[in-house]
Design a protein around this ligand. Structure first.
Ligand code: GDP
Ligand code: MG
Length: 164
C-alpha cells in the first residue's frame, strides 16, 4: 500500500471532512452526528510528485465518554500498527477535551510521527490565539486548518510528504 497517513481524533472533529477535502471527492460521509464513518476508508493522494494512502477512521457510535474513548483508542491502536504518520485532529472551536489529552498521552509514547492539526479555524483573526493551548500536547507546532473551507490544507500535505 506504500506510505500511509491516518487521520485520528474523537468523533465530530472533522476527520471525514478533511479526508474528502484532500481526496477531492465525497468518499466519506460527513455528519453532525458522530460515528457515521464506517470503520476505515482509504484514498490515494498525490502531492508534489509524492504518493501516499490517506486513511479516515470512524465507526464510533454515540455513547458515554468512556465508551467513546475506548473506541477512539481502538482506532489509534489499529493506526499505530499500520500507518507511517498519524494526523491527530482536534476541534479548534470546542477546544481540548479530556479524550484529546488521553489520546495525546498514548500517541506521545508511540514512535510514529504525529502531526497535530487543529480544525475548524474558520476565522484566523478571532481564532489565532487558539493555537497556544495545543503546544502543551507536546507535538510541536500545530497546523491550524479549516477543512470545511479548505484553508491551510497545502501546509498539512507538505508536512505529511515531508516524512516520505
Ligand atoms: P468526524 O466525525 O471527525 O468524521 O467529523 P465530520 O467530518 O463528520 O464533521 C463533523 C461536523 O463538523 C460536520 O457538521 C462538519 O460540517 C463540521 N466541520 C468539519 N470541518 C469543519 C470546519 O473546518 N469548520 C467548521 N465550522 N465545521 C467543520
Ligand atoms: Mg467521520
Amino acid at each position: 500500500m506504500g506510505f500511509t497517513a491516518t487521520i485520528i481524533g474523537r468523533p465530530n472533529v472533522g476527520k471525514s471532512t478533511l479526508f474528502n477535502r484532500i481526496i477531492g471527492k465525497r468518499v466519506s460521509i460527513v455528519d453532525d452526528k458522530p460515528g457515521v464513518t464506517r470503520d476505515r476508508i482509504y484514498g490515494q493522494v498525490e502531492w508534489r510528485d509524492k504518493k501516499f494512502t490517506l486513511v479516515d477512521t470512524g465507526g464510533i457510535e454515540p455513547g458515554n465518554e468512556d465508551i467513546i474513548f475506548s473506541k477512539v483508542l481502538h482506532q489509534v491502536e489499529l493506526a499505530l500498527e499500520s500507518t507511517d504518520v498519524i494526523v491527530f485532529l482536534v476541534d479548534g472551536k470546542e477546544g481540548l477535551t479530556p479524550i484529546d489529552e488521553d489520546v495525546a498521552q498514548i500517541l506521545r509514547k508511540s514512535k510514529k510521527p504525529v502531526i497535530l492539526v487543529v480544525n475548524k479555524v474558520d476565522n484566523f483573526e478571532t481564532q489565532s490565539e487558539t493555537a497556544f493551548e495545543y503546544y502543551k500536547l507536546g507535538f510541536g507546532d500545530p497546523i491550524l486548518i479549516s477543512a470545511a473551507h479548505g484553508v491551510n490544507i497545502g501546509d498539512l500535505l507538505d508536512r505529511i510528504v515531508g516524512y516520505i
